[in-house]
Design a protein around this ligand. Structure first.
Ligand code: DOR
Length: 426
């Protein structure tokens, strides 16, 4: 298959290609990027007026397979990812059984090869069963193909165990992704602690529940001189802590998710369980700090934390509802609306955060438009308006607080290994 993408505005996120270019793809590989290329191709995509990016890389999602296929499976999850413009996704280990060993990592990789629409990179657990007690077999998981380790969904409460995990993982060339949450501060909280939790009469989670753990990971990373990555940053003080740490040379990196820069705890009003997520949606002050953190590169990565749930797990009393937002299919629209349209991020810095930096974190050869690399490409329209309709989600998870929201900016084509897997043009 020979594919020619013509006349799109190409941004590779590293400043090598920025401008109107053609991309010629043969045998699944990018052969050439340049102006006015004249190749004979089997298919030509006219991308005039559209934007052409390296395929998005999601460093944090939940595919729920094995064990929770009623919420999502590798096929539905990767199709949803493709519709969101993601060509590679790293999935968290809170499956059943937990991805804390070679067998589960191998199962995910094999199933993704057979049924996956995009590339899948499993993240192994830090501790066996994600119980926070005994380290998982990190070397064995790395050998099987794990690209990072994390106990995402739950924190590693023991600082000593976390310190060992950071050391072991580093010896195997893996980075620890930390879910920062102090359960003694969280108690039985189910939303952000503050004005809204008081109005709604719901038990609150103080912002410090995240921040004390962010501070701990910064100190561990600093003491060991080993990089650590902080998952789903949601508060102003987390951003400040990470900014200050980076300034003094600590090798800490972090991500945030579209819901933290587009929503506040106001979204919970009416006991909307689709706005229940962990960490919880915060205040306007926090949201603005997240935007600032993105703008000044304190926040390196935009990840979805795609967390699909079954309707029965959301259509319940707020305190009992599962945490999570089905995030793949709204991610680009939200980035376009809140980051690009507003000028918070340039196109290039956006691409660095959604493709280049996540690939670096996971140490995978993705997020690039380099000639000779696999042709994973996302083509977007920044003008196209859509109204989010969860019934149209490819994901099994319809749990989105954005249902009915008008967003400007849409994914038009997703290309994986030179194959057009999404085509969204009227
Ligand atoms: O909201 C969340 N959902 N946060 C997490 O940390 C875990 C995730 C899930 O697995 O549903």
């Amino acid at each position: 298959m020979r594919l020619l993408i013509k006349n799109g505005f190409v941004t590779d996120g590293i400043g090598i290609h920025t401008g109107i270019r053609d991309i010629y793809i043969e045998g699944g590989v990018i052969k050439q990027i340049g102006e006015n290329l004249s190749y004979q191709a089997d298919r030509v995509i006219d991308a005039e007026g559209l934007y052409v990016f390296p395929g998005f890389v999601d460093a944090h999602c939940h595919l729920r397979d094995p064990g929770y296929e009623y919420k999502e499976d590798i096929k539905s999850g990767t199709l949803s990812a493709a519709y969101g413009g993601f060509t590679s996704v790293a999935c968290m280990p809170n499956t059943n059984p937990v991805a804390d060993n070679k067998a589960v990592i191998t199962y995910i990789i094999d199933k993704a090869k057979k049924e996956g629409v995009v590339h899948v990179y499993p993240i192994g657990a830090i501790t066996k069963g994600q119980k926070g007690e005994v380290l998982a077999d990190i070397g064995e998981m790395k050998e099987a193909g794990a690209v990072a380790i994390s106990d995402d969904g739950v924190p590693v409460a023991s600082a000593s165990l976390m310190r060992k995990a950071i050391q072991y993982a580093s010896a195997f060339g893996l980075t620890v992704i930390s879910h920062c949450e102090d359960l003694s501060l969280k108690e039985n909280g189910s939303m952000n602690e503050g004005y809204m939790s008081t109005v709604l009469g719901l038990p609150g989670i103080p912002h410090e529940a995240e921040e004390v753990m962010v501070a701990r990971e910064i100190l561990l990373s600093e003491g060991l001189g080993i990089p650590v990555h902080i998952a789903h940053v949601s508060t102003k003080t987390s951003v400040t802590l990470i900014r200050d740490a980076k300034k003094r040379g600590v090798r800490i990196t972090c991500e945030t998710c579209p819901h933290y820069f587009s929503l506040t705890d106001e979204a919970v009003r009416g006991y909307n369980t689709n706005a229940k997520v962990n960490p919880p949606l915060r205040t306007e002050e926090d949201r603005l700090a997240i935007l600032e953190g993105l703008a000044d590169d304190t926040i390196d990565i935009i990840a979805t934390d795609h967390a699909p749930h079954h309707i029965d797990e959301k259509d319940v009393e707020f305190n009992l509802a599962s945490n999570g937002i089905s995030g793949f299919e709204t991610a680009f629209g939200l980035c376009s609306e809140y980051l690009l349209k507003t000028g918070v991020l340039s196109l290039e810095r956006f691409v660095s955060k959604i493709a280049v930096n996540p690939a670096r974190l996971l140490r995978i050869p993705k997020g690039t438009l380099k000639e000779g690399s696999a042709a994973d490409i996302t083509v977007c329209d920044l003008k196209k308006e859509t109204i989010v309709d969860v019934r149209k989600f490819r994901s099994k998870g319809k749990n989105s607080p954005f249902d009915g929201k008008r967003l400007q900016g849409a994914v038009i084509y997703t290309v994986v290994d030179g194959n057009v897997v999404v085509e969204n043009r009227e």
